[in-house]
Design a binder for this molecule. Structure first.
Ligand SMILES: NC(=O)C1=CN([C@@H]2O[C@H](COP(=O)(O)OP(=O)(O)OC[C@H]3O[C@@H](n4cnc5c(N)ncnc54)[C@H](O)[C@@H]3O)[C@@H](O)[C@H]2O)C=CC1
Ligand SMILES: O=C(O)C(=O)CO
Length: 323
């Protein structure tokens, strides 16, 4: 049997690689820095499938270098790095990995909220620095009876809502549209502006789109409570980083906890990291063994289905999914 020709743009779990290699001749980018299109050009010329992992832009330039590609599979739910319109116009289905990472990402988002509110990370630093006896660690804040405002009440947002309710928090949310099941979710819809002024904790879980890019800027931070905690587990691009820096340093808001940043990765000497009222982790929302494995296997399945001309399990541009 002739094997399909596939390019993998970065790290992939061995289980998913093995599944792909059974049917495909694989060329895999080995370096830790993401490839530029020119660096992949030779491989892309003949590639029939593209498995996207790592920070890489799938744009007109890349697609033009890959004329034979007939399926793109990405091991993430977010697909803001992919020009979907360009893929659709070439009739290339794009697979992502919704659902399988919901609980892990919600754990991390809520974990950031809890860790920041209770200063868990600062406490650990103090213990290690031998400061247990002596100075007083600044006090944290309660979650109980506080209001969490979730911006982007989709699969992960709703899973965060459940965690917040278990801690005795009231949940309000903003979404593209009010949810028909909001009574069941025990969450109240608010306009974006109402949510900003009412929430004690704001958790962002929207996709990054032209509409959501920079939706948290100076004006929005000024509307928040001075005691507000801002948690971003969506994409760095939804926030104006400069404005966040200013809001934290001028104490317009109390604290930020981020899984995602702009730029990403955040350079070690970035001014944000010098602030005392911030917690940053390196985009680990879905980073558990089980979840990453499910994501990689779903992406591999999408790739192999697309190569065989069959419908992908989870397809972003369903209008060009195979039937
Ligand atoms: N930190 C991490 O490791 C991870 C981050 N993510 C990010 O989280 C996002 C959400 O994932 P899911 O919950 O699975 O997606 P989803 O599609 O189930 O939910 C997204 C929700 O955001 C809402 N939304 C879209 N634009 C909005 C806007 N401008 N204002 C308010 N609401 C808006 C939608 O109506 C939808 O309900 C992903 O697109 C991805 O960027 C996802 C997984 C892991
Ligand atoms: O799935 C996503 O969108 C991520 O950010 C990585 O898990």
């Amino acid at each position: 049997m002739n094997k399909y020709k596939v390019v993998i743009t970065g790290e992939i779990l061995p289980s998913a690689l093995a599944a792909i290699e059974e049917q495909c001749e694989v060329r895999k980018w080995q370096k830790t820095t993401p490839p530029r299109v020119e660096e992949l050009a030779e491989w892309l010329k003949d590639a029939e499938g593209l498995f996207v992992t790592g920070k890489i832009a799938v744009n007109e330039a890349l697609l033009a270098a890959a004329p034979k590609v007939r399926v793109i599979a990405q091991s993430s739910v977010g697909y803001d790095n992919i020009d979907i319109k360009a893929c659709t116009s070439r009739k290339i289905p794009v697979g992502n990995t919704p659902g399988v990472l919901v609980e892990a990402t919600a754990d991390l988002a809520f974990g950031l909220l809890l860790t920041a509110a209770r200063r868990i990370h600062e406490g650990w630093d103090w213990v290690r620095a031998g400061k247990w006896q002596g100075e007083q660690l600044p006090l944290g804040v309660d979650l109980y009876n506080k209001t969490v405002g979730i911006v982007g009440m989709g699969a992960i947002g709703s899973a965060v809502a459940r965690r917040a309710q278990a801690s005795g928090m009231k949940v309000i949310y903003n979404n593209r549209h009010p949810r028909p099941d909001q009574e069941q979710l025990k969450a109240e819809y608010r306009t974006f502006s109402e949510l900003l002024t009412a929430a004690d904790f704001i958790v962002v879980l929207t996709p990054l789109t032209p509409e959501s890019r920079g939706m948290f800027g100076a004006k929005e931070f000024a509307q928040m409570k001075p005691t507000a905690y801002f948690i971003n587990a969506a994409r760095g691009g939804v926030v104006d980083t400069q404005a966040l820096y200013k809001a934290l340093s001028d104490k317009l808001i109390a604290y930020a906890a981020l899984d995602v940043t702009d730029p990403e990765p955040l350079p070690a000497d970035h001014p944000l990291l010098k602030l005392p009222n911030i917690l940053v982790v390196p985009h680990i929302g879905s980073a558990t063994t089980e979840t990453r494995n499910r994501m990689a296997m779903l992406a591999a399945e999408n790739l192999l289905l697309g190569l065989a001309g069959k419908p992908l399990v989870t397809c972003v541009n369903s209008e060009v999914n195979y039937r």
